[in-house]
Ligand binder design. Sequence first.
Ligand code: GFB
Length: 329
Amino acid sequence: MVDISLENMAVDAPIFIAGHNGMVGSALLRLLKKEGFTNLLTVSRNEVDLRDQSAVNNWFAEYRPTYVFLAAGTVGGVYANATRQAEFLYDNLMIHATVVEASRQNDVRKLLYLGSSCIYPRSSHQPIVEEALLSGPLEPTNEGYAIAKIAGIKLCQFYREQYGKNFITVMPTNLYGPNDNFDLLSSHVLPALLRKFHEAKTAGAQSVSVWGSGKARREFLHVDDLAEACLHLMRTYSSPEHVNVGTGIDISIRELATMIGSVIYPEAELAFDATKPDGMPRKVLDVSRLTELGWKANRGLREGIEETYAWFLENQETARGAQRGVSSL
Ligand code: GFB
């Protein structure tokens, strides 16, 4: 049994959530507030550019966080990744490096770095075990992002080795939930389909466009489950190896589209768009390490979709990207 008092996080300890406006950062913020933490530190993009080392150093020297959740980054779905690789590589490399280095310089007690399941080789044996890292070529549509994320893992491991820093790394699978990006070109599949079915229903349209062949398989984790896993690992885990976070269950994109359709607009037919990429053929994580560490996902996908759709309906005016059409990029 894991000793869950390993890192006894005081409720008034200063905790920095880097990337609090994003889907993951905002879920972490919600959870930490709910858990009674009172000294939560955030900074917006126009106050501090996290790619700028001296700006980040100055902010750390002033606010002196004890704990850091590194959830900031430039992220997006398969199309955004494939068409903006330079941006994904540069922004993420810089953000990881500045925050990790400032955490070292300012004696952060523990840092949790969030990567992504796209770090694994395209032809990984499925479900993917942590040891598959760097065992083969990456999926070309997200190579830039994956290389930045792999550099972030290595950075944390080398800071642990060379400087004795307690920096841990967590690799979530495909995420969804409140505060997701609903822009049709840059978002991930789940929010995109949710919006497309909603708009088809509103317009009385007959079909919904689904990118690729529909045969690709993905695993979907509710972001509130991820936030809980991160807090659990922050409290209990202190080793160099990265930890997969997922459900261990995958479905095809066709099945996902059918499920979302059944929640929103069952009348719509699926129209597959072969001009858009499938990306990785299959991506599902082996979550044995996480299970042994005492944590398991507990939100079902259908309930998660219903809940996220309710959130979308309530927040359509302000939801990120929800006002932009496909012609905006
Ligand atoms: O969610 P998604 O963009 O991310 O796409 P990835 C997953 C699958 O859904 C692909 C299909 O096979 C898409 O072709 N899909 C169907 C759609 N309809 C749509 C749609 O309307 N929009 C989108 N976006 N997809 C990203 C990586 O890959 O996932 C990142 O590029 C990162 O690096 C992230 O790892 C979690 O799983 O393919």
